[in-house]
Design a protein. Structure first.
Length: 451
C-alpha cells in the first residue's frame, strides 16, 4: 500500500519512464524453465525498482491485467490468450499458430496501451517480434530487442518436424535489423549476430543474463551420495542424445555415483523417442542410481537439486548463454560443460570445459568425482564469478541503454541509481553524438575473477 502511495505521488511530480516489455513466456501460476521467461521476470522487477512503469505483455489463459507496485515503480502484467483450436495434430504447427496469434494480439495491446499514455520505449525478447516491428512504426516508439539465441544457427540441431518451418523464423528474425538497438546476452552471441545479419556493431550491446543469489546459493547441504546432475530441455540442442552413453559409462565405472536428469519428456519429437527409450532402459538397469525427473521444477526446487549434487554437466551443441550452469555455480557446484557457444565464456575458470563427445565428458566426470579438493576449488570460484551476474546491475545497465536510445541520459536520477556498471561509462559521450544515424555503443564487460 505504501509503495502504491509513493508511486502515485511521484507520478504527479514527474512522469515515470514507461516501458513495454514483450515476452511470450513469463512466470505465472506455474513455473517456467525458459531462459527468456526467467530473464524478463527479473528484469521487469529491477526496472520497476528504478521507478519505471513496466508493462509486461506475455502469454496467458484468458486476458487480464495484474498490477503490482515494486520499489519506486509499478509493474503491470498483461496476459494474452493465444489458445489454438484442436485442428491439427502437428505440435510444431500449433506452436507457430499460437506464436502468430500472440504476435498480432500483442500489437493490438501495445498500441491500445500506448494510446492511453505513450510508451517511452518497447523492449521485445525472442523471435516473436513481427507485431512489435509494426507497433514501432504505428506508434513512433523506440524499439530494443534482446536476442537470447539465433534461430538460424540453431537450425542444424532441430528435429525434422521443426526444420520445415525454417523459412518462417528466418523471415521473422530478419526484422531485428529495424530495431533501434539490439542486446545480446553473451559476447559470443553478439559475434553471431554481427556475422549473421547486416547489423552495424554500433547498434549492438552485450548485457548478460543474471542469477538470483537469494535463491541460488549454497545451503550447506552435505550430499548423502555423490550425485551428478543434468538440467535442461529434452532436445538435441542440449546434447540430450549424448547423455545415455555418458550416464552408462559413469555409473558402470564408479559404483558410488548417482546420476539425475531433470528434463521434461512432454510433446517429444519422433526423433527423440529413441533417446527416451534409452533413458527408460537406464532406469531399469540402475533403479537406485539413475533418477529421471520429468516435471518442470520451480526455482527453489532447482536450487535444492543443485545443492544435493556434487557437480552439474552441460553437453550442449548450441548455447547462447547457459542459465542452469550459472545457477549451479552460484550454489557453489563444480560444472563440466562443452566447448560450444558461450558456455566457456560464462564458466571462465570456475569449471571444466571439454570437447563435445561422450568420452571426454565421461572421463572428466569420473576424474572430478574422485577429487574433492578440486570440486571445492571450482565451487568457490563459481560463487565469486556469480557475483558478476547481479540482476540489480543488469537492470541498471538496461535502464542506461533505454535512456541513450530515447535521448534522456541528461535527466537527473536519484543518487542511489547513479552508479552503474563500468562498461557503460561511455554512454553519456555516445548520447552527445545521437544526431548520427547510428548510436556509438560498446560492450558491457563482465569482470573476470582469477583465483
Amino acid at each position: 500500500m505504501l509503495n502504491k502511495f509513493v508511486y502515485h505521488v511521484k507520478s504527479l511530480l514527474k512522469k515515470p519512464f514507461k516501458i513495454g516489455l514483450i515476452t511470450y513466456r513469463y512466470p505465472g501460476e506455474s513455473p517456467t524453465n525458459t531462459g527468456v521467461g526467467i530473464h524478463c521476470h527479473y528484469l521487469s522487477r529491477e526496472l520497476a525498482k528504478l521507478g519505471c512503469e513496466v508493462h509486461v505483455f506475455c502469454f496467458g489463459k484468458g486476458r487480464f491485467n495484474k498490477k503490482e507496485y515494486v520499489g519506486d515503480g509499478r509493474l503491470v502484467i498483461h496476459r494474452i490468450d493465444t489458445s489454438v483450436p484442436e485442428i491439427n495434430s502437428d505440435e510444431y504447427l500449433r506452436r507457430w499458430l499460437s506464436g502468430f496469434i500472440f504476435d498480432n494480439k500483442v500489437m493490438e495491446a501495445v498500441v491500445k496501451e500506448h494510446s492511453k499514455e505513450e510508451f517511452d520505449l518497447i523492449h521485445s525478447n525472442g523471435r516473436l517480434i513481427g507485431g512489435i516491428f509494426v507497433s514501432k512504426y504505428l506508434g513512433n516508439i523506440k524499439w530494443i530487442n534482446t536476442i537470447h539465441s539465433l534461430e538460424k544457427n540453431r537450425l542444424r540441431f532441430m528435429p525434422d518436424e521443426e526444420k520445415k518451418y525454417a523459412n518462417v523464423f528466418k523471415w521473422m528474425e530478419n526484422t531485428i535489423q529495424h530495431a533501434d538497438s539490439i542486446v545480446a546476452v553473451s559476447q559470443t552471441l553478439k559475434e553471431e549476430i554481427l556475422g549473421g545479419y547486416s547489423v552495424k556493431e554500433k547498434k549492438v550491446f552485450h548485457i548478460p543474463n543474471g542469477v538470483d543469489r537469494e535463491i541460488f546459493k549454497p545451503d550447506n547441504t552435505i550430499p548423502e551420495q555423490k550425485k551428478v546432475l543434468y538440467v535442461g530441455r529434452f532436445n538435441f540442442e542440449k546434447g540430450i542424445d549424448l547423455l545415455p552413453r555418458i550416464i552408462n559409462t559413469v555409473l558402470h565405472n564408479d559404483k558410488e555415483l548417482k546420476f539425475e536428469v531433470i528434463a521434461s519428456d512432454k510433446n517429444l519429437q519422433e526423433q527423440l523417442l529413441k533417446v527416451k527409450k534409452q533413458f527408460e532402459m537406464l532406469e531399469k538397469k540402475y533403479p537406485k542410481r539413475f533418477i529421471w525427473e520429468r516435471n518442470i521444477l520451480g526455482r527453489e526446487e532447482l536450487a535444492k537439486k543443485y545443492n544435493e549434487s556434487i557437480m552439474l554437466i552441460q553437453p550442449s551443441l548450441y548455447e547462447a548463454f547457459g542459465m542452469t550452469v550459472l545457477e549451479a555455480m552460484s550454489c557453489g557446484k563444480a560444472v563440466i560443460v562443452s566447448d560450444k557457444g558461450a558456455l566457456a565464456e560464462v564458466v571462465d575458470n570456475a569449471g571444466i570445459v571439454v570437447p563435445l563427445n561422450t568420452k571426454s565428458f565421461s572421463k572428466a566426470i569420473l576424474k572430478l568425482a574422485k577429487d574433492y579438493k578440486l570440486r571445492e576449488r571450482y565451487g568457490r570460484r563459481g560463487i565469486e564469478r556469480a557475483d558478476n551476474f547481479s540482476w540489480e546491475t543488469i537492470g541498471k545497465q538496461t535502464f542506461e541503454l533505454y535512456k541513450v536510445v530515447t535521448g534522456k541520459t541528461n535527466e537527473e536520477l536519484p543518487e542511489k541509481h547513479k552508479r552503474v556498471h563500468e562498461g557503460l561509462k561511455n554512454l553519456e559521450e555516445l548520447h552527445k553524438s545521437k544526431e548520427e544515424k547510428d548510436m556509438e555503443v560498446g560492450d558491457v564487460k563482465i569482470p573476470t575473477n582469477k583465483t
